[in-house]
Design a protein around this ligand. Structure first.
Ligand SMILES: [Fe+2]
Length: 315
């Protein structure tokens, strides 16, 4: 049980219990037991919602997941993550830096280089790994669905494979292809259906005065788990209270965002800065507004892949 299960206290207490603040959290360098003893695999995790691939599911400083988890991952240049697969879908949204993500099938690997605001949705059962070849560390947000939180299955881990093969995600020399969405290769085509370039996504302007780029869900990558969108909210734009039948979460990437909750006519608000998050449970009336002078960029995850039901209205 985590703190937000206790449906007690004031509405402000409840909102605070559903808020994850970057400065209240710490990066955990020991989140992944399979990396122990392999410094080339080291990475740090900051958990916001659920454990997100770490077995540390009892962490009470993280919010309880319903349909998705959300965490930040930090990885330094030269480090990589060994090729593995899951029974669940997993998205990587790059926040800073450049990340090479490789997908492997039968010893062939396709590698894509993702930059800030690009995303890949790692398909179920697909062998995938990642590596930082660039000069700056990578910060990314990972979300997994909570369907079957089984441990990852490693395909090419340095404990069982030569280090150079593990670093290339299982590709022998000459077996790595650079991502090409126009290739007819089946693995290339599969990856092309799961990679999102921020610059390649259509920008939808809402009548309420903000914009959305749809990464996952109807209009974006096909999925049956969660909708994922990037919101661009100009200064002094906000929306009227709305309700969903599933949870949603706002993770601020740039600028600031006020999130409000309402219960029995009472209203409370909290302001989020970069890397702060609010998760709003199903059924709760909530809204957002940008009081800042600059635009806010917000990663928005909704606990259902069904078409949008909310018609946003300007506040
Ligand atoms: Fe994974």
């Amino acid at each position: 049980m985590t703190v937000q299960d206790q449906n007690i206290g004031t509405l402000a207490d409840k909102l605070a219990a559903h808020t994850g603040r970057f400065t209240d959290k710490t990066f955990d360098w020991e989140a992944f037991p399979s990396n122990v003893g392999f410094p080339e695999l080291s990475r740090a995790q900051m958990r916001y919602i659920g454990a997100g691939g770490s077995p540390k599911v009892g962490d009470t400083s993280t919010l309880k997941p319903d349909h998705f988890t959300l965490s930040l991952i930090y990885k330094e240049p030269g480090k990589y993550a060994a090729c593995h697969s899951h029974e669940i879908e997993e998205s990587f949204l790059i926040i800073d830096g450049a990340l090479i993500v490789g997908w492997e099938k039968d010893g062939e690997v396709v590698e894509v280089n993702l930059g800030p605001k690009d995303m890949i949705l790692n398909a179920r059962e697909i062998g995938h790994g990642f590596r930082v070849d660039g000069v700056e560390p990578v910060m990314m947000s990972i979300s997994v669905d909570v369907g079957k939180p089984l441990p990852p299955v490693y395909h090419y881990h340095p404990k069982s494979h030569p280090p150079e093969l593990a670093r290339s995600f299982g590709a022998a020399p000459g077996k790595t292809q650079v991502f090409d969405p126009n290739s007819s290769d089946p693995l290339q085509q599969l990856m092309a259906q799961h990679v999102v370039r921020h610059s390649g996504l259509k920008t939808h302007w809402e009548e309420a005065g903000f914009n959305r780029k749809i990464y996952c869900g109807p209009g974006g990558i096909e999925t049956d788990t969660c909708r994922k969108e990037m919101l661009g909210i100009p200064s002094r734009v906000g929306v009227k209270p709305f309700v969903r039948d599933v949870e949603d979460a706002f993770l601020v990437l740039e600028g600031s965002l006020v999130v409000g909750w309402e219960e029995d006519g009472e209203q409370v608000e909290t302001e989020l800065g970069p890397r702060d998050l609010v998760k709003t449970p199903a059924g709760r009336k909530h809204w957002f507004r940008n009081d800042g002078a600059g635009a806010a960029t917000v990663w928005y995850v909704v606990g259902s892949a069904a078409p949008e039901t909310v018609k946003f209205e300007a506040a």
